[in-house]
Design a binder for this molecule. Sequence first.
Ligand SMILES: CC(C)(COP(=O)(O)OP(=O)(O)OC[C@H]1O[C@@H](n2cnc3c(N)ncnc32)[C@H](O)[C@@H]1OP(=O)(O)O)[C@@H](O)C(=O)NCCC(=O)NCCS
Length: 184
Amino acid sequence: MAVVPPRPARVEDAYAIARVHVESWRTTYPGLVPDQFLAGMRVDEYAERWRRMLTGHAAGHVTFVVEEAERIVGFASGGREREDRSRRGELYAIYLLREAQGRGHGRALVRAVAGALRAQGLTSLIVWVLRDNLPARAFYEHLGGAYAGERPLDFGAGFTLVEVSYTWPDTGRLLDAGETRPDP
Ligand SMILES: CC(C)(COP(=O)(O)OP(=O)(O)OC[C@H]1O[C@@H](n2cnc3c(N)ncnc32)[C@H](O)[C@@H]1OP(=O)(O)O)[C@@H](O)C(=O)NCCC(=O)NCCS
């Protein structure tokens, strides 16, 4: 199947993004995130959150989706770094349905977000990932991310997990490696 480049998300994509969000968490995080939390995720609640986010997109916040056969199978979002908003861009989230993984969408989504943030002058990038999400860590390492430390993350739902970060001090290299740069 031809891989269609990511496109910016629209408000009307909120439900489809939420569906991918919840489904991808449920296939990615068993054993990492408590089963009760995963079972309690509701697509309609996430859809409402995404609708709010996409409607009132905070300045500089970007979201891209990828489609197969005109159905959204993945998304990524980013913006200014949450912890220190002046310094660099952050990849906030990236999730694909399991059946759409391994086909280049992940790399294309990271590049789309990095390119859009670079257009805002944010030329370096950070991402936080659960320490025990080893495939995602290997993906970021493959894309040239450098391990940059760890921290506990309180989910606010009665449990705390450890996250690790990866950084790209200059996203130019990430964007120049291979494919065409997506439109910001
Ligand atoms: C992690 C994720 C976004 C990667 O996207 P993807 O579409 O599967 O990855 P791609 O096909 O774009 O892979 C891009 C490159 O990374 C490599 N790669 C991907 N996963 C890898 C892994 N686990 N180990 C080593 N390399 C990996 C691919 O081989 C490919 O290399 P190449 O272009 O040099 O051939 C996707 O698998 C996913 O959504 N996983 C579940 C959710 C998740 O963990 N999200 C991250 C939360 S922080």
